[in-house]
Design a binder for this molecule. Structure first.
Ligand code: SF4
Length: 222
C-alpha cells in the first residue's frame, strides 16, 4: 500500500475532535479539490507492505501507550480499500483500538464499514472546483447509512450560505439524522476560520447540525 505519512497528533475536526490519535495518511486521490490542504498526498509516499505499516503503527502505539485512536485519512483512503481492510483486521487482532476512516464519499466502502468504528464521509460541494459527475456520492453509501446509523457521520466544508442547498440534497440522499451532520468552515488561516465559523454556526443552528472547528489550523499542527 502507498503511505504518505504516519504521525501522532490530535484529531482536529469532526466527532472525535480533541482526541489524541495516530494518523495514517494514505497516498492517491481521485479528486482534486481547489482548496485541498494535503495535495502532497496525491502523489508522494512510499510503497509498504500491510505488515510493515501495522508494525509502524504498533511501534508508535508502544511509545504513545495512552493513544487508542487510529485515524486513516488521505488522499482518498478507500482507493486502497483491500489493503486497508487487511490492516484494520490485523491491528484489531492485537490491540484494542478505535479506527476512524475519512473518505470523500465517491468510492464504495464495501465491508470496511463492518470493521471500523467510524466512517467520516465528507462529500465535496461545487466550491471544490471538482465537476459534479466526479464528486457524486457512491450509491452504496446510501445503503450503508441505514444499516450503520451511529457509525457514519457526514462532514461538509462550507464556503458560503448557498452551500446549504447542496448540503440539504446530500443529507436527504443519505436520510441522515441532523445530529450526524457536521459543518466546518473552508479555511486555510486562523483569520479565515474565525470569520467563517460564525456563518457555519448560524447555518448549523437552522438545521440542527453540529459545528466542527479545525484545531489543526488553530494550533498550527498536522
Ligand atoms: S478529496 Fe480530500 S484529499 Fe482529495 S483532493 Fe479533495 S480535499 Fe484533497
Amino acid at each position: 500500500m502507498k503511505v504518505s505519512e504516519i504521525f501522532v497528533s490530535v484529531q482536529g475536526e469532526g466527532p472525535s475532535i480533541g482526541k489524541p490519535a495516530i494518523f495514517l495518511r494514505l497516498s492517491h486521490c481521485n479528486l482534486n479539490c481547489l482548496w485541498c490542504d494535503t495535495k502532497y498526498a496525491w502523489y508522494c509516499g512510499s510503497e509498504k507492505s500491510v505488515d510493515d505499516v501495522v508494525g509502524d503503527i504498533l511501534k508508535l502505539l508502544g511509545v504513545y501507550s495512552k493513544v487508542n485512536l487510529l485515524v486513516v485519512t488521505g488522499g482518498e483512503p478507500l482507493l486502497q480499500r483491500n489493503e486497508l481492510e487487511l490492516l484494520v483486521k490485523a491491528l484489531k487482532k492485537v490491540k484494542e483500538l478505535e479506527v476512524e476512516v475519512e473518505t470523500n464519499c465517491t468510492v464504495d466502502p464495501g465491508n470496511l464499514v463492518d470493521i471500523v468504528d467510524r466512517l467520516i464521509v465528507s462529500p465535496k460541494l461545487e466550491h471544490s472546483g471538482v465537476p459534479k459527475e466526479l464528486r457524486q456520492c457512491a450509491e452504496s453509501f446510501r445503503n450503508s447509512l441505514g444499516k450503520y446509523r451511529g457509525k457514519i457521520y457526514l462532514k461538509f466544508v462550507v464556503e458560503t450560505a448557498e452551500d446549504l442547498l447542496e448540503i440539504d440534497e446530500i443529507v436527504n440522499f443519505f436520510g441522515a439524522e441532523p445530529s450526524s451532520v457536521y459543518l466546518m468552515p473552508q479555511a486555510s488561516s486562523l483569520e479565515e476560520l474565525a470569520r467563517k465559523l460564525r456563518l457555519v454556526t448560524d447555518l448549523a443552528i437552522q438545521r440542527g447540525f453540529r459545528v466542527s472547528d479545525r484545531l489543526q489550523i488553530v494550533g498550527g499542527f498536522r
